[in-house]
Design a protein around this ligand. Structure first.
Ligand SMILES: [Zn+2]
Length: 342
């Protein structure tokens, strides 16, 4: 009885929510596999696609469209634009925060474009401006790379489980942003592109939060205190991100929710949301599914995009208020995007 009341409440609430996703790799994965997008067809091999994102109630997602090689990035962006143009009834490009409300009003999925690495810039801020003109509104500074040609941080980011002591030791030898990396952060602030600390090493995260004049986010990450992976944010980093006015988006990747052999669950996602809320308040946490961004054969904790209401139900069951759930799913991102992309 109680369970079905909870479910009905969650379903009714979910319908009214604006859902914003910090990171989806669907376009990139299909491009890497050499498959046509056909985004508005259901693809069961994938975690997400247009129809299932819409069914799950998604309002707007940041789709990763490159950042590594410039030619591939431009091709990815072009194909994303073509998908939007081919399906005006279902999709719309989001370049400003107001577009997200329009997507909700018109029952469409808002497509936001983001880069995941600064290698494609080739140290040129002109390329950054060109990417903005093509619709890119968020970018990380790295995709773990560092110290190589055109990398924007001095050493690579670790990608493994580590103890707090090992993490502190790794921080001591890490080199943060390069001179160009610093210029990129300042220019992103100025031009209205959201700065994403995901994948940056701990020294670079410190540099970014110190340098930025606008809120920054981690578009897809986790909480180190809950799951000791180097890609998850420490409590100090969460405080620093919150101090910029930004947020940490919790990813559905099981390896960021629980360290094997512990099993990741949807309640584990809610544990991480609750941890951030206890630490810095409910205004500084969001969602970044990382759908279609995991290694082959790995399924996220919320398995597919049509199952998003299950997370809403888990939050209701945990005792989060409707207003809190509204913030986690999209309200916080609306605030951050308003302050960054406008
Ligand atoms: Zn990533």
């Amino acid at each position: 009885m109680a369970r079905s009341v909870t479910r009905r409440h969650a379903e009714a609430l979910h319908e009214t929510l604006i859902l914003i996703d910090g990171h989806n790799d669907h376009f990139m994965l299909k491009f890497a596999r050499g498959e046509p997008y056909r985004f508005m067809k259901v693809h069961r091999r994938y975690h997400s696609d247009g129809p299932r994102l819409l069914k799950g109630g998604m309002t707007a997602s940041f789709f990763m469209v490159g950042g590594h090689a410039l030619d591939r990035s431009v091709a990815l962006i072009e194909r994303a634009h073509r998908e939007i143009e081919d399906h005006p009834e279902s999709l719309m490009l989001v370049t400003r925060t107001g577009d997200i409300r329009k997507a909700k009003r018109t029952g469409r999925l808002g497509v936001m474009l983001s880069w995941e690495s600064g290698l494609a810039l080739g140290n040129s801020l002109d390329v950054l401006h060109a990417a903005y003109r093509l619709g890119v509104r968020a970018s990380t500074l790295t995709h773990n790379e560092g110290g190589t040609a055109f990398a924007l941080q001095g050493t690579p980011s670790p990608f493994r489980y580590l103890t707090p002591r090992q993490r502190t030791a790794a921080r001591r030898t890490a080199k943060g942003l390069t001179a160009t990396g610093r210029d990129v952060v300042k220019e992103m602030n100025r031009m209205g592109m959201l700065v994403d600390v995901a994948h940056a090493n701990d020294a670079a995260v410190e540099d970014i939060v110190e340098l930025t004049s606008k809120p920054v986010v981690s578009t897809h990450g986790g909480v180190f205190a809950c799951c000791p992976h180097a890609r998850c944010s420490t409590d100090d980093q969460i405080r620093a991100i919150a101090a910029t006015g930004g947020l940490l988006s919790i990813a559905f990747y099981d390896g960021f929710i629980a360290k094997p052999p512990a099993k990741a669950t949807i309640d584990g996602i809610v544990d991480q949301i609750a941890h951030v809320a206890d630490l810095v308040g409910i205004d500084h946490v969001g969602i970044g599914t990382d759908f279609d961004g995991l290694s082959d054969g790995v399924w996220p904790v919320v398995r597919t995009a049509d199952r998003l209401p299950r997370l809403t139900e888990a939050m209701v069951r945990r005792g989060l208020s409707d207003a809190e759930i509204r913030k986690v799913w999209g309200g916080n991102y609306l605030r951050v995007l308003k302050a960054t992309i406008g």
